[in-house]
Design a protein around this ligand. Structure first.
Ligand code: CDP
Ligand code: MG
Length: 185
């Protein structure tokens, strides 16, 4: 049994997609074991999206821009910093809904339902593929963090760290769902 962190980002809340998105996780039988609405602090977001992520973002963005012949003067490191800060700013541009889901292989299953990072490249049937179409490249040309609706922990280790960052132990609950004899082994 695994737990994973999901955050419905400000675009999901402001577009009125909370119910639609939440229902997808409930329908596959994942159990909601904690939930809260908040505007995250920059301090939380710096821990959630650490500085190291900037290098990864910078290199990916540079590759994208080179592929499409975008003109820029910044280094990959500078681009990474700009997009990382824009992502953090976007995440605190309005309230978000954070929740913890529990189930077998919850981390992997939730990532599958969410889709890939860029909505343009996310398959139909995934949350990012069904409710958005923006490309990471387009958003980064505008020096914006991509509005891709959902955050989901990438690995089991990441999930543990993120759940500790966003939730206190007493904010997580243990209970039985009416269906877990059928949805869980
Ligand atoms: O969210 P996910 O794990 O799929 O992607 P990530 O590589 O961990 O990046 C974290 C977040 O940074 C993404 O969900 C986007 O919101 C943002 N990002 C972006 O806006 N533009 C990029 N080129 C890369 C990431
Ligand atoms: Mg990630």
């Amino acid at each position: 049994m695994e737990k994973t962190l999901v955050i419905l980002k400000p675009d999901a809340v402001q577009r009125g997609l909370v119910g639609e998105i939440l229902t997808r996780f409930e329908k596959v039988g994942l159990k909601i074991v904690g939930m809260k609405m908040l505007v995250p602090t920059n301090e939380t977001l710096v821990k959630h999206y650490p500085d190291e992520l900037g290098d990864i973002i910078g290199n990916k963005t540079k590759q994208d821009w080179d592929k499409y012949g975008v003109e820029y003067t910044e280094s990959a490191e500078e681009i990474g910093k700009i997009i990382l800060n824009a992502t953090r700013d976007f995440m605190r541009s309005g309230p978000v809904l954070a929740f913890v889901l529990e189930g077998g292989h919850a981390v992997e299953v939730v990532r599958k339902l969410v889709g890939s990072t860029g909505p343009k490249d996310s398959l139909p049937g995934t949350i990012r593929g069904d409710y958005a179409h923006l490309s990471l490249g387009k958003a980064s040309i505008a020096r914006k963090g991509a509005a891709n609706l959902v955050h989901a922990s990438g690995t089991v280790e990441e999930a543990k760290v993120e759940i500790d960052l966003w939730f206190k132990p007493e904010e997580l609950y243990e209970y039985k769902t009416a269906q877990e004899h059928l949805t869980h082994a």
